[in-house]
Design a protein. Sequence first.
Length: 343
Amino acid sequence: MAMPPGAPADPDQLEPHVFGEAYEHFVSRVYMIAIGLGVPTRESLRRAGLRDDAITTGTSELVARGLLEATADPDTWHVPSPREAIARNADRVERRAAMARATASEVEALWRRAVGERPPPPPAGLQMLLGVEEIVSHEVALHGLSTLRLWLALDDSPAVRRLLERAELDPSLLTVRQGVDVRLVLDTRLLDSTAALSHLEQSRAAGHHVAIANGIPFSVVVADAVALVDLTSHDEEGEGSFEVRTRSPVRALTRLVEEIWRLATPYVAGLEREVEPQQRIPLPERDQRILALLTTGASDKVIARQTGVSVRTVERRVRWLMDHLGVATRFQAGVQAARRGWI
């Protein structure tokens, strides 16, 4: 409730050197006095019963919260519309509270490490994974253990790059049993990796279903009734990564991979090597390769790296190809070229 200008305040309620709820009560009382004064000044706040240290602390806090505004005169403040100012301040408080809740688990883990206390064991059917090497070893094991299905949606994470590098050195590393339903989706950001392109071609040659997608948020591997989540693209140690065997989360992660697969673009062979000359195709080899990369959703930067030309050259060629094919999007250009047998 607003106090009339000049009304003396209870000094016991306006002590700035307090903490917690008492400090919030102090700030609220200073705010209510300022509102009642209309245009609060240091002198009018003194007459309202505030000491100079309380005025300095209270007004500084209220300015920081956007509830008061400083003016050219350091001893005079402007009171903005309380409805708008309080709403903005409440939004900030709610965002801080949400951030605090979101980081509580990380802070808890930090505290447990500091005091030497082991974290509580995970629920049955859940194994937490930490570090690129541990995640990679589990991904390799899932390839060998799967008997019915092996579905993978792989983002551009350190663990995925390490996995593909190892597979390039040892082509038998990710061998899957005959008859397993394999679906592999790679993020387009991996197209700058020769190891990724090599694995795509090897998977396609083995008869597996392969595709490319943009913006895969994190890597998921589903092998039969087991699912693995790799979070090394979000934390260098992959904290929070896990392997789960419980039915509900496995089903949920399977649905996620299915949706990524539905939105992905089928892989077009030939990205890992120069396109072989074909007299019947009315385009230079470089343009054929650009079109093949367009079907995967690759960026101009990735295409430039793969074709050995500048980004500006790629931009010009893509515009020309789109105009020549009479299409409105890059993806449509790739699709039309595939339909015409150009790639």
